[in-house]
Design a protein around this ligand. Sequence first.
Ligand code: ARG
Length: 466
Amino acid sequence: MPKRRQQTTKPWGGRFREGTHPAVERFTASVHFDRRLAPYDIQGSMAHARMLAKCGILTRAEAEAILRGLRVILREVERGAFPWDPSLEDVHMNIEARLTRKIGAAGGKLHTARSRNDQVALDLRLYLRDQIQVLRRQVRELQGVLLARAGAHLDVILPGYTHLQPAQPVLLAHHLLAYFEMFQRDRERLASCLDRVNVLPLGAGALAGTTFAIDPHTVAADLGFARVAANSLDAVADRDFVAEFLACAALLMMHLSRLGEEIVLWASAEFGFVTLPDALATGSSMMPQKKNPDVAELARGKAGRVYGALMGILTVLKGLPLSYNRDLQEDKEGLFDAVDTAQATVTVMAELLRGLRFRPERMRAAAAGRHLNATDVADYLAAKGVPFRAAHAVVGRLVRHCLERGCAIEALPLEDLRRFSPRFGRDVYEYLTLEACVARRASPGGTAPAAVRRALRDAANRLKVE
Ligand code: ARG
């Protein structure tokens, strides 16, 4: 038998004859990370106290004392003056104990008709609701930068790639708008996730509801929740809204990572499509000549920790019987880290894009003389009646010939072209300029300037509607 420890001062101490083992105290405490929820905990407690008074469960005077005490505590939290006590386990018990110290017995009435189980679910939903809105605004800002930079580069042509091999010429604006679309879907996903976050779990009690005649709908209205949870067991046990947010954040980070990877490539000496402004690059402590794209690399690297948080919560949840289990305390650190990571990455990538200097001459040089118009030569012959398969074979031989001679297709005189197919005419040359190749791709969502101008207008409109 372990030595009897000092009688506990825990709110749940009544049933216990012994104090908590220090190792258990350390192991179970969460206040060092869940104190981040303090403003939301207080906000939720205030709404709860107002409802208890409204329903006649607390007197007006008791509720007033609670509200006053909580306001003082909120200021302490904001000033960094709150005396956090790890032996009080978590943010909820810290704040409640402090309240009772300040206002006396009425403080002990705040927890009427409530459990930490519905309380923590409430806090987390309030927190995440705020953070999703912050993140959506930041993504919107990033999209605005993409739009602005695309609109200013409607005449810049670069190679479009498949397999990272030069494929067909595209407008830089078109390339940038591809990322606009990814981030638009990210923002839509976050909005849809918010609908399911924005549900009030308070009133579920520990798991089965409460014997008090509470009115969760007034709490929902007070806190701006769209709905009240329909099932108390689900309300305290469910963290799928955390997993869903993390899935949205993981996709967002994946997009940021791909953008980061392209900036890394484009900033390399080999591509040279962009230069990084000094303020957005970093140097080497050893090699004086270096200027590194660390921001873009970290955007790529930080995707990993958000994926990790998603796997973490899915794993925590998969074997839990209903309803609340303490495992659920493991929902927070991964979520907090993912929120911080996604918000920081979006913000800094917007800055990076704003400051990036494009090098149109390098892009054009990479697009010229690399046979990016080979598809168009085949299309030209097909338009003149050659079956496309046969045209493809002709142009294949033509490209091989050019590769051997180290020249572009359009550099060959007409009589040379005619040796490959008699259907070639003088009009082929104007057909094969980079501008002509781009302009012909006027299908909806294509890279032709007319299509891209339409896409820009459409994107600006979608950005306006939130
Ligand atoms: N710190 C806990 C958590 O994060 C709060 C709820 C504790 N509930 C309990 N019955 N021990 O989940």
